[in-house]
Structure formats: C-alpha cells, structure tokens
Design a protein around this ligand. Structure first.
Ligand code: S3P
Length: 168
C-alpha cells in the first residue's frame, strides 16, 4: 500500500484520525512530530524554544525524507510540513489527504500553551490558517472535512480508500 499522508492545520485531527485509519486498515501509524521527538529525544516545544523554527523545519525535512522510504503506513504530519517543498515533496510518494476543520472549532479545542507557533500570539492562528489553506488545497490529492465527528471523517476516508487503487 502507498502511504497515506495526512496534512492540515494544527488541531485538525490528523493524529487522531491517522490512528483510527491505521487501525481500520491494519497498517502502521507514524506521527511525524512524535517521530522527530523520539529521534531527537526532545519535545517539539523545546526544539522551538532552544533552536528556533528554522532548525525545527530542517529536522522536519530530514525526518520526512527518512519516513518516505517506508511503505504501508499512515503518516500524520505537522501542520507546517507544507512550508517546505522538500519535506512535502518527499512524502508525495503517498496519497496526500488534507484534513480540513473550521478554524473556530480548532481554536476552541486546542491548548495554546502546547502550540509553540502561536503561543506568543494566539490570534495569529487565523492568519496562519488563511495563508496555508490554498497551499493545503494545491498539495492534497483529496480533502476531507472533519466537522461532524471523527467516526464520520474516518468512514468517509475509508470509503475513498476502498474506491481508489492505493497499491504501489
Ligand atoms: C506546526 C504544527 C505542529 C508542530 C509544530 C509546528 C505548524 O504539529 O509540527 O508545532 O507549523 O503548524 P501539529 O499540526 O501536529 O500540531
């Protein structure tokens, strides 16, 4: 199976949906942020704080490239993966699915303290989302709205996967 790669804003549900999908498909699951944290033995927040965003983005590229060598996995990416053509380019050997979720729903549910990108200015979330939407749109193969509960979003994605050929 080609990898299934979930992209979308922070808090859109990539990790939760990715785990549910991998279970339903009986495939492995990797959360790219977690993969970086495990590899660096450091939290994403600490990496941002100690070394800054640019350094984090370099790590994101390296770990995305590494992950793209694997097959048969569901991958949840960090929201900013689309900032680097190199990182998303590596993962393009999989099916790219954009998990879209209304900004207000995300903003009401996320813990700002755990989001290094918007911690110092929470309202910047909306501007970041506005800037990224067209990029998610242009880079994805498919878009799914996650606004009616996780079960419903997962079922819709599974329906697609049954319809298209995802063998490599
Ligand atoms: C980021 C999103 C985070 C994480 C990092 C940067 C972003 O991942 O990679 O804090 O730029 O949107 P999630 O989308 O899993 O929260």
């Amino acid at each position: 199976m080609k990898n299934i790669v979930l992209i979308g804003m922070m808090g859109s549900g990539k990790t939760t949906l990715g785990k549910m999908l991998s279970k339903a498909l009986k495939k492995g699951f990797v959360d790219l942020d977690q993969y970086i944290e495990d590899g660096e033995d450091m939290s994403i927040s600490d990496i941002f704080e100690k070394y800054g965003e640019d350094h984090f983005r370099k790590l994101e590229i390296a770990y995305a490239k590494d992950l793209s060598k694997r097959k048969n996995i569901v991958i949840a990416t960090g929201g900013g993966i689309i900032k680097s053509a190199e990182a998303i380019g590596a993962l393009k050997n999989g099916i790219i699915i954009w998990i879209d979720r209304p900004d207000d729903m995300i903003f009401d549910s996320i813990d700002i303290e755990k989001r290094p990108l918007i911690k110092s200015d929470p309202n910047s979330f909306f501007e970041i989302s506005r800037q990224r939407r067209p990029i998610y749109e242009s880079l994805c193969d498919y878009r799914f709205l996650n606004d009616k509960g996780e079960e419903s979003a997962v079922n819709n994605i599974l329906e697609l996967i049954r319809k298209i050929n995802i063998d490599d």
